[in-house]
Ligand binder design. Structure first.
Ligand SMILES: Nc1ncnc2c1ncn2[C@@H]1O[C@H](COP(=O)(O)OP(=O)(O)OP(=O)(O)O)[C@@H](O)[C@H]1O
Ligand SMILES: [Mg+2]
Length: 247
């Protein structure tokens, strides 16, 4: 069993970070949230329904940016966006409307200057933004990303977190896994996994207080002092777990 006792709510307009040591189950959780994996037990709901029962509809409202690039490196940014639009948007959306939408998204992602450049010539951060842009073309109300910041320098990573925050502010539900403990104060919810269990959910300041550390970077050191079941009990006994479920 990879995940157990995972009870979480991801709200509209909120940006959530899923953090935890390597192998703690972050990608598995993301796959369960995106219908890439079907959990053997338990349900994931969106808009009041089980995402597996409504998966065709769910995939229309979902944007999923997996860890590995899904774009063809020989295409220019504009071409990648254009073909993705052709695949994803209704056939009655005209070419002029597609071009307008592509320009708007490239502008929002700071890719306007790169739009005629081939993807293999882009930097890692620019390429990651192209992957995000492809998902935004269909205007998803839920956006889920797996390690979008890995390999980015701190400045680029900060820009990415700000971008995700603004996507959440515009009413989307945004969930991302991250290895970085650097910009956690920008998140509306931080979920910490250890050994496939939720050992914390809450805000940055609550994270520091719960684990008795002054810097988020020390949280992993603190959790290694005790086993996961200790931290699960401590989390379940705290008001944080009730707050996470809206209680
Ligand atoms: N398909 C699978 N079958 C069996 N075990 C798996 C499978 N996928 C993942 N695991 C195991 O489940 C655990 C959690 O893996 P997961 O990829 O979710 O971790 P993660 O938190 O994303 O780690 P990382 O930070 O390294 O990406 C690991 O021990 C992994 O080996
Ligand atoms: Mg992973």
């Amino acid at each position: 069993m990879i995940l157990s006792d995972v009870n979480l709510v991801f709200r509209q307009g909120e940006l959530t970070a899923i953090i935890g040591p390597s192998g703690s189950g972050k990608s598995t959780l993301v796959k369960c949230l995106t219908t890439a994996h079907r959990p053997t037990r338990g349900t994931v709901c969106a808009e009041g329904g089980d995402i597996w029962k409504m998966r065709h509809r769910y995939r229309q409202i979902l944007g999923y940016v997996p860890q590995d690039d899904i774009i063809h490196p020989q295409l220019t940014v504009q071409q990648a966006f254009f073909y993705a639009s052709k695949l994803r948007l209704d056939t009655d959306v005209g070419e002029a409307a597609i071009r307008k939408r592509i320009d708007a998204i490239a502008g929002m992602l700071g890719l306007a200057e790169q739009s005629r450049r081939r993807i293999y010539k882009l930097s890692g951060g620019q390429r990651k933004r192209v992957n995000i842009g492809i998902e935004l073309l269909a205007d998803p109300s839920i956006l889920i990303l797996d390690e979008p910041a890995s390999g980015l320098d701190p400045g680029t990573e900060e820009d990415l977190v700000k971008l995700l925050g603004s996507l959440a502010d515009s009413g989307r539900t945004v969930v991302t896994t991250t290895h970085s403990m650097e910009y956690l104060s920008a998140f509306d919810q931080i979920v910490l996994l250890a050994s496939g269990r939720v050992i914390f959910s809450g805000l940055h300041q609550e994270l520091l207080a719960h684990f008795g550390v002054t810097h988020a970077a020390d949280v992993f050191k603190a959790i290694r002092q005790k086993d996961a079941s200790y931290w699960v009990s401590s989390y379940n006994a705290s008001p944080l777990s009730r707050k996470a479920l809206g209680g």
